[in-house]
Design a protein around this ligand. Structure first.
Ligand code: SF4
Length: 285
């Protein structure tokens, strides 16, 4: 490879590793695969050697690398449950990014494996880190209300995050409240494969991205959350091909709604778009 090309790749990689803000990671998306190589010795095994997902076709050989990503098979409920349990165990043992050394517990996600609706936030917070479950703090209580308002229950949907471990402003003091932050570009890139595999295994009809970080990451668009809201997108994953089409819509993160109650009306409009597609009457008055 020409020296100029190597220099350019090195510069892009450095930019990727230093991107911190939620708006920066998309700008660094081009070299994301290079960074993922650092995080992922193999696309099918963890550093501990565990099989990441047993239900997907084998990763392409080097000669086939330009072919589409592996195709996820449509699975039975039992196969989905087993695959998600295997994946959750891998996540709990994961140390592919620095969050693995500061978390109390990884938070793989939970819910109905046959759901039509999957909610995806940005990452665990204080309460989630302690309980190992997603959205169990104040924001989670509001999410529960949003789900019920749609005519669903927490048990009928699947809830997960882009990053599976608690990103902290000050990792040296995990006991502090108000220590949460959004996952940075490196953390998202390292963890991305997990949420992609969860979506591919569950294969819901709709993914509802909660907040700008999840929306930009999954829609792969650097626009603001305000610009991304209000429409459905076809979901495309990097590491696996979905067995059937999945649509994604973006709305506000419940934590943002707690800080800005005036946005709840717009969030409800977003949820109603999904309800209309699924024929849910919900708790609409
Ligand atoms: S955030 Fe994701 S990639 Fe990082 S250690 Fe946790 S599970 Fe692994």
């Amino acid at each position: 490879m020409a020296r100029d090309s190597l220099r350019r790749l090195a510069a892009e990689f450095k930019q990727f590793l230093t991107a911190q803000g939620e708006d920066e990671w998309i700008a660094a998306a081009a070299p994301r695969r290079a960074a993922a190589t650092v995080c992922t010795p193999s696309d099918t095994t963890t550093p501990q050697g565990d099989t990441l997902t047993v239900e997907f076709q084998q990763k392409k050989t080097t000669r086939e690398m330009d072919s589409p990503a592996p195709m996820a098979k449509t699975m039975s409920t039992a196969q989905k449950t087993k695959a998600l349990q295997t994946l959750a165990e891998t996540i709990r043992n994961c140390s592919r990014c620095p969050l693995g050394s500061t978390r109390i517990q990884a938070v793989p996600g939970e819910g109905n494996v046959d759901t039509e609706v999957m909610f995806v936030g940005e990452g665990p917070g204080f309460d989630e880190d302690r309980q190992g479950r997603p959205f169990v703090g104040r924001a989670g209580q509001l999410l529960d209300k949003m789900i019920v308002a749609m005519g669903l229950t927490r048990e009928k949907v699947f809830i997960a995050n882009i990053a599976k471990c608690h990103p902290m402003i000050d990792p040296l003091h995990p006991e502090k409240h108000g220590n949460d932050r959004a996952p940075n570009a490196q953390e998202i890139a390292c963890c991305r494969k997990y949420i992609e595999q969860q979506i591919a295994i569950i294969c819901p009809k709709y993914v509802i991205a909660l907040g700008g970080v999840a929306a930009k990451s999954l829609i792969s668009d650097a626009k603001s959350l305000g610009a991304l809201r209000g429409q459905f997108y076809d979901l495309h994953l990097d590491s696996v091909t979905l067995p059937k089409p999945v649509q994604i819509i973006a709305t506000f993160h419940p934590a943002a709604l707690l800080r800005n109650p005036g946005w709840k009306k717009d969030a409800w409009t977003d949820l109603q778009m999904v309800m209309d597609q699924l024929g849910l009457k919900g708790a609409r008055k």
